[in-house]
Design a protein around this ligand. Structure first.
Ligand code: TRP
Length: 334
C-alpha cells in the first residue's frame, strides 16, 4: 500500500446484488479510477446492505467476488486503493448499532429509498431496510471519509450521515469527519434505452433498456439499434430529445468527444448510423475490461488475496474509530 497520509479519504460502496450496467460504470466506477492518485480511496462491496432484500446465497457470493473483479478490471489498483467486502469488517455492524441509537425514527421514516423499497418489497419490510442508512453512515464514518462519490439517489443518505456525525460530534467532541457527497450533475445520469425519461436500471424487466458491463458486442449493438429516439432525424442535443441526448452522453463518455463534435460528426447522417457508432464505441470500450475481468475471476488465488488484504487494511483503520467511539459512549475497554 502506498503512503496515503495527508491525502483526503474517499469512501464508496456498491451493492453486489445484480449485474452492473454501463450506467453504474460511467456514473461511478469509471470516475473512481481517476481519483486513485490524488486521494486515499476505499471501495467496498456492501453485501450487508444487499441482504435487506432477499438474496440467493450462492448468487450473492458469486456477485460479491465479481464486483471486486470488476473494480480491478475497470482500473482500480488494489495496491493503491483499499478494496474489501463489508461483512469481513465487523466494525460496520458494531458502529451501525451505535449510530442507530443516535438516529431518530422520524429521520429514517423520511428516507425516500426506504419508502420506495417498502412499496416494491411490500411482503418484506424488515428492520434492516429501515436502518439501511445508519449502516451506510457507519461505512462512511468508520474511515473518517472526506468525500463520498455517489449517485443523485444517495444524496439524502449522505445528508443523514452528515446530520448523525454532526450530532454525535456535538455531544462527544470531534469524533467523526463530517463527509461531503461527491455527486455528479444530473445531466451525467445514464437513462434507460427504452424509456429515456427513466434512469437506466439493472432491475428493469426489459433487458433492452440497459447494457451490462458483461454484454457481448452483438447484444450491445442490437440494444442500441432498438434504442428509443424521436421522430426527427437530426443528431443534436436539445430539450425534448431525451433518447438522442442520452445516446450522445453515452457516446461522449466512451469517446471523449463533446456534444458539438458529435453533432458535427453525424451532420447529415441518420439515426441508424449514429446508433451503430454508439454501439460500437461502447462494445470497444468494454472489451478490454471484459478481457481483464475474465482473467481476474479465473485467478482464484489472486482474488482471494486481494479480498483478504483488503479486509485486513480496512479492519485496522476501522478499529481506530471504533475504539474512540466505544470510549465516548461509555463502553469499557476490551
Ligand atoms: N446505498 C448505496 C447505493 O445503493 C451503496 C452504499 C452503501 C454506499 N454504503 C455506502 C455508497 C457508503 C457510498 C458510501 O448506491
Amino acid at each position: 500500500m502506498e503512503n496515503n497520509e495527508n491525502k483526503k479519504v474517499i469512501f464508496s460502496g456498491v451493492q453486489p446484488s445484480g449485474v452492473l450496467t454501463i450506467g453504474n460504470y460511467l456514473g461511478a466506477i469509471k470516475n473512481w479510477v481517476s481519483l486513485a492518485d490524488e486521494y486515499d480511496c476505499i471501495y467496498c462491496a456492501v453485501d450487508m446492505h444487499a441482504i435487506t432484500v432477499r438474496q440467493d446465497p450462492a448468487e450473492l457470493r458469486r456477485r460479491t467476488r465479481e464486483l471486486l473483479a470488476i473494480y480491478i478490471a475497470a482500473g482500480i489498483d488494489p495496491e493503491k486503493s483499499t478494496l474489501f467486502v463489508q461483512s469481513h469488517v465487523s466494525a460496520h455492524a458494531e458502529l451501525a448499532w451505535i449510530l442507530n441509537c443516535y438516529t431518530q425514527f422520524g429521520e429514517l421514516s423520511r428516507m425516500t429509498q426506504f419508502k420506495d423499497k417498502s412499496v416494491k418489497h411490500a411482503d418484506n419490510i424488515n428492520a434492516g431496510l429501515f436502518t439501511y442508512p445508519t449502516l451506510m453512515a457507519a461505512d462512511i464514518l468508520l474511515y473518517q471519509a472526506d468525500l463520498v462519490p455517489v449517485g443523485q439517489d444517495q444524496k439524502q443518505h449522505i445528508e443523514l450521515t452528515r446530520d448523525i456525525a454532526t450530532r454525535f460530534n456535538g455531544i462527544y467532541g470531534d469524533v467523526f469527519t463530517v463527509p461531503e457527497g461527491f455527486i455528479p450533475p444530473s445531466g451525467a445520469k445514464i437513462m434507460s434505452l427504452q424509456d429515456p425519461t427513466k434512469k437506466m436500471s439493472k432491475s428493469d424487466t426489459n433487458v433492452n433498456s440497459f447494457v451490462t458491463l458483461m454484454d457481448k458486442k452483438d447484444d450491445i449493438i442490437r440494444k442500441f439499434k432498438r434504442a428509443v429516439t424521436d421522430s426527427e432525424t437530426c443528431v443534436r442535443f436539445a430539450e425534448g430529445k431525451d433518447g438522442i441526448n442520452n445516446l450522445m452522453n453515452i457516446y461522449s463518455c466512451f469517446t471523449g468527444k463533446t456534444h458539438a463534435e458529435i453533432e458535427k460528426e453525424f451532420d447529415g447522417r441518420g439515426y441508424g448510423d449514429f446508433k451503430l457508432a454508439v454501439g460500437e464505441a461502447v462494445a470497444d470500450g468494454l472489451a478490454p475490461i471484459q478481457e481483464r475481468f475474465d482473467k481476474i475471476i479465473a485467478d482464484k488465488t489472486y482474488l482471494d488475496d486481494v479480498i483478504k488484504n483488503g479486509a485486513q487494511a480496512a479492519s485496522y483503520r476501522a478499529q481506530k474509530t471504533m475504539r474512540k467511539v466505544a470510549k465516548k459512549v461509555g463502553f469499557i475497554a476490551k
